[in-house]
Structures are given as C-alpha cells and as structure tokens.
Design a protein around this ligand. Structure first.
Ligand code: AMP
Ligand code: GLY
Length: 435
C-alpha cells in the first residue's frame, strides 16, 4: 500500500470533507503529520484556506467529492460531518477504490437512525435509557400519558442535533410529538420517534478510533450544548468543550470499553456491518454506571478542538492504520496539559443572526503561545476575514491547570472583535473550581 511506504510518508494527498471548527482542527493536526503533503478541503473555511486548497463543494455533495478525489488522485480522505457518511460517501469511495476514513452507510446507521441504535443496544445488552418506538402520533401520546414526565422524545433520523427533546412536563412531550410527527419539522427523519426514560448525571463524550475489530480510545471531553452561561437557553451545535474530564477517569473509561464500546463493535461485526471510523459515545454517567445517550459515527464538534491539541504523535498514521485494519499497531500518547475550546458565535445564534461582519484581531491572537484559533463559519472576502455562520471561531487554550488555560483563553478572546460577538464565559469553570 503506497501510503505505508516510508519513502512517501509525510507526502500524502489529503482531502478533508467539511468546513467547521472540527474540520479545521483535523486539518491543523493532519497538516503537521504530513508536512510534505498536499491538502484539500471541501468546502473548508477562511482558516482552512491557509493550510489547504478550499474546493467549491458542499460536504453533502458525495458524488462530486468522489469525482474530484478520483481525478485528483487523492490518497486519503477524512470525513468530518455525519450527513455525507449516512449518505454513503464511504460506499462511493470504496466503489472507486479510493481510501477514506469513516463508516459506510450501513455502519453509519448507528447515528443515522436512533431506532436502529436503540434496538441494537437492547438486543446486545448495552446500557442505555429504557425506551419505546412509535410511528403513530396517537399511540405516542397515549404512551406519554401512561408513563408521565419527565421524559425524552427523539426523532429517528438526522436532525442536525435538534431532534432530541428533554421534556419536564407531559405538555412539552406532546409538543415534541406535534413538531416531529405532525408538523414534520424534520421531514422523514420524524417518521418514527423514540420515547425514552430521562437519565441524570454528568455527561461525557468519549471518542474511539475503530478498525472494525479493535478500538483505540481518545481522551474524553465534555461539551456545552446550551447557548448561555449556567446551561441556560436553547440547544446549539456546541458552545465549548474541555478535555480531560476529571469525573470520567481511566477506571470508568475501562468499564465503558468493556460494557459499551466493545459490545457495540462486536454487535456491528455480528450484523455483518463492521464499524470503521470514530465511534463517538455520548454518555450519561449515572449512579448505576455509564449509559449511552447517543452514538455518533464521527469526530465530535467542538470536542475535537479540545482533544487533538493534547494528542502527541501522528493522527494520520492512526487513521490510515484504522482504515487498513491494523490499529493494534498504533499507540497514542497524550500531553498532560488541560485544554478548553470556547466557541465564538454570532449574536442571535442558534436563532437568526447576521453574517458578513469583519473579524479583527485574529493575526495578534494567532501569535500567542498555547492558543490556537480554529475557524468555523468564516470566509475570505476582499482580503478580509468575515463571519459566515452562527458559530464563527473556536478559541482553544492549553495550560498546566484549567485555571491557567481558562485565563489564557479568555484573555485571547478579548483581542478578537466583530459586531454582535457572543460566547459563553463559563466554559470549563466547573472543573477549574474543583482543581
Ligand atoms: P442526543 O440528540 O440523543 O444526543 O441528545 C441531545 C442531548 O439531550 C444530550 O446530550 C443530553 O443532554 C440530552 N439527552 C438525550 N437523551 C437523554 C436522556 N435519556 N436523559 C437525559 N438527557 C438526555
Ligand atoms: N458535540 C456533539 C456532537 O458532535 O454531536
């Protein structure tokens, strides 16, 4: 296999699919692993344009991306978001004998269908919230009536992170059924719903590389889904993250490997749909032990932004080894430093917001030590960097302690300016307080 050849190592032609903060973090790391190589992004963003050639392709344009990779003879492709994975980008690349890291569409069902994931967990005894599935809104309402609140209602399919409703009252749960099944806010993703028990505890995001048979855990992270400080306000795509996670120590990670991660990988093998890619476990650490809230089949956003800066050695080698079924050969070491990522958003996000605002201060911040700025919704216009999305940047800081890392990160953020800038001020505060 050409990429394994020592001669060409470090000179690989890489394509990153996606254009958010997670993809910038992946590119940042992979470009260091591949110093003599060439890098392309589809579509990328202003930050990624400094490290790669950005292509006028959307991440969901599976056929166009495959066509580009064939023509350009891309050696290896890494996919950020879930939609192209569920949409079969890996199947398409494999058909063309192109190397790509990620699950095929069958294995991506772990994220693509909550009904699939829940039945798999039930069948294989993997700890998760107890649940029922409905395709008829009347029966769903009758069930809510019977079991009462609090309760969680989830649309079956992909909803860009908006399809789960944690309901404190029966009325909220009826409203969720109304939006998902009657108003069909998520289209056919709402043909079925999962209604499940509400779990409580701390959440942790645990990402593991899988070659289909063997798992290599990454360091865990915690993310912040709500828009405002103290976990108030609406859910977002993620307002920040930090790593490591003191409430999720190595002993508990071992337990999750044994009781959740490996049983999932074995279940997928048994079904004849082995899982290659990033197995992302969204966990609730309950008093009865860790339980699965959700599976994702890709790197987390914004968890990746606070995990990769702590990784030593080559991510590229690990991803290629996973794709080639020899992940056992890889060992990853981690820096002791603490890391956080604060997402800088456009005022109004996750609701309506304006774009096209000029961003200043980036050059100064990029010179700071132990600070990395990952771009998300940014664009180059007339030689300036302007906002182009709800989540604009992720400012990442490292430090010996969370206190030091937080101080550094929030000082750096003061240097970045654009109209109507907005971010949470409490990212990693709870771990700093316990240090
Ligand atoms: P999901 O779309 O399944 O990732 O859920 C999104 C978020 O909703 C999770 O990160 C949790 O904060 C919350 N959540 C999902 N399922 C449950 C549950 N069964 N109990 C409590 N919270 C939940
Ligand atoms: N941070 C949650 C996700 O990536 O889905």
């Amino acid at each position: 296999m050409i990429i394994n050849d020592e001669e060409v190592r470090g000179a690989v032609k890489l394509l990153i699919v996606g254009g958010g903060g997670r993809e910038h973090a992946l590119l940042w790391k992979l470009a260091q692993d591949n110093p003599k190589g060439e890098h392309f992004s589809a579509p990328g963003n202003a930050g990624m344009s400094k490290l790669s050639q950005c292509l006028p392709l959307k991440a969901e344009d599976v056929l166009d991306i495959a066509e580009f990779a064939s023509k350009e003879k891309i050696d290896f492709t890494i996919v950020g978001p879930e939609a192209p994975l569920v949409g079969g980008i890996v199947d398409e690349f494999k058909k063309r004998r192109l190397k790509i890291f990620g699950p095929d569409s069958q294995a991506a069902l772990l994220e693509g269908s909550k009904v699939f994931a829940k039945f798999l967990m039930r069948d294989f005894g993997i700890p998760t919230a107890s649940f029922e599935v409905f395709d008829d809104p009347r029966k769903a309402r009758a069930y809510i009536d019977k079991v009462g609140a609090p309760i969680v209602v989830k649309a079956d399919g992909l909803c860009a992170g908006k399809g789960s409703y944690v309901c404190k009252t029966k009325e909220e749960a009826y409203q969720a059924i109304e939006e998902i099944m009657e108003q069909r806010m998520f289209g056919s993703a709402g043909d079925k719903v999962v209604i499940e028990e509400m779990l409580s505890g701390e959440e942790a995001s645990f990402m593991l590389l899988s070659d289909g048979d063997y798992l290599l855990p990454l360091q865990p992270a915690q993310d912040y889904k709500r828009a405002y400080d103290n976990d108030e306000g609406p859910n977002t795509g993620g307002m920040g993250s930090y790593s490591p996670v003191p409430v999720f120590p190595p002993s508990l990670q071992e337990e999750v490997l044994e009781r959740i991660a490996y049983p999932t990988i074995r279940a997928m093998q048994e079904r004849g749909t082995p899982f290659v890619g990033v197995l992302y476990l969204g966990l609730m650490l309950t008093t009865e032990g860790p339980k699965v809230l959700e599976y994702n089949v890709r790197f987390g956003d914004p968890e990746t932004q606070s995990v990769l800066p702590r990784m030593e050695g080559s991510l590229l080698d690990a991803l290629i080894a996973a794709e080639e079924g020899r992940l056992r050969e890889i060992e990853i070491r981690w820096r002791e430093e603490k890391c956080l990522c604060v997402v800088i958003a456009s005022g109004g996000y996750p609701g309506k917001y304006e774009i096209g605002k000029e961003i200043s201060g980036l050059d100064e911040v990029e010179k700071l030590e132990n600070i990395i700025v990952f771009h998300a919704g940014t664009k180059n216009v007339d030689g300036k960097v302007v906002t182009a999305g709800g989540r604009v940047l992720g400012v990442v800081g490292l430090g010996r302690t969370f206190r030091e890392a937080r101080k550094r990160t929030y000082e750096a953020i003061q240097m970045i300016k654009f109209d109507n800038i907005f971010y949470r001020r409490d990212i990693a505060q709870r771990v700093e307080e316990k240090e």
